[in-house]
Design a protein around this ligand. Structure first.
Ligand SMILES: C[S@@+](CC[C@H](N)C(=O)[O-])C[C@H]1O[C@@H](n2cnc3c(N)ncnc32)[C@H](O)[C@@H]1O
Length: 215
């Protein structure tokens, strides 16, 4: 179903030979379609994905950010449920202040795909994910491509950095000492450690969930 929407709306997530992006999004969100209230996609291009999300999440407000507005997106996505802003995904001042007061149930990074940008943007935008929400990074295979500053095993790629999040899911096991049943904090956990609920890697995609409740 979602792949049909992607195709009809000409989202760049549609690919005839490769439908797993739509399948994964459906696996993650089909039971939450009426619960997602605010979705942000970074990287809008011609707007196909934003139009798709407006259809797939019937009550959601859909927000977009792109570094340029070549396709008149400011006019097209200026409705009651759709919003567009021009900005650079690595401008943390802009990103943290854009759409103030909105916490997003879903944030998708489908912008430059440059590996440092993906990690940097995640680091300052994960705090804009609502409790229990999800942050998705698309096209993480660029972590293996030199053209995007990637390379197998190369330090500082998104995939290499994101592997550290796997440890954070179990931070209590290394930041708390258990002596004879008495728990003692060895080192204060970071905000990220306290907020990461899960990290899931797929071909091309990474889904990172924020915990449902504040610790
Ligand atoms: C792959 S396209 C987005 C496709 C769209 N999400 C879809 O599924 O139809 C990538 C977009 O990211 C934008 N972009 C590239 N670098 C960016 C940056 N540093 N900050 C924000 N947007 C950027 C480009 O202008 C382009 O429109």
């Amino acid at each position: 179903m979602l792949n049909d929407i992607f195709r009809a709306e000409k989202a760049m997530k549609y690919d005839e030979e490769n439908e797993h992006y739509a399948e994964l999004y459906e696996r993650w969100f089909q039971t939450k379609r009426y619960q997602v209230k605010n979705l942000l996609e970074i990287g809008v291009y011609k707007g196909g994905a934003l139009r798709s999300w407006l259809r797939y999440f019937p009550i959601a407000d859909v927000y977009g950010i792109d570094i340029k507005d070549k396709y008149n997106l400011s006019k097209k996505f200026n409705t009651e449920r759709s919003h567009f802003a021009i900005g650079n995904q690595i401008d943390n001042e802009f990103m943290l202040n854009v759409y103030p007061d909105i916490m997003f149930d879903v944030i998708i990074d489908d912008a430059s795909h440059i590996v440092e940008h993906q990690w940097k943007t995640f680091n300052f935008m994960f705090q804009r994910v609502a409790l229990g929400g999800t942050y998705i990074i698309e096209d993480i295979h660029t972590s293996y491509w030199p053209a995007f500053n990637g390379g197998y095993g190369r330090k500082n790629t998104f995939v290499e950095k994101a592997k550290t999040l796997v440890d954070m899911v179990n931070y209590k096991a290394y930041k708390i000492i258990d002596r004879a049943g008495q728990y003692k904090v060895k080192e204060e956990p970071t905000w990220l450690e306290k907020n990461i609920h899960s990290v899931s890697f797929y071909r091309g995609l990474c889904f990172i969930e924020r915990k449902k409740a504040k610790l």
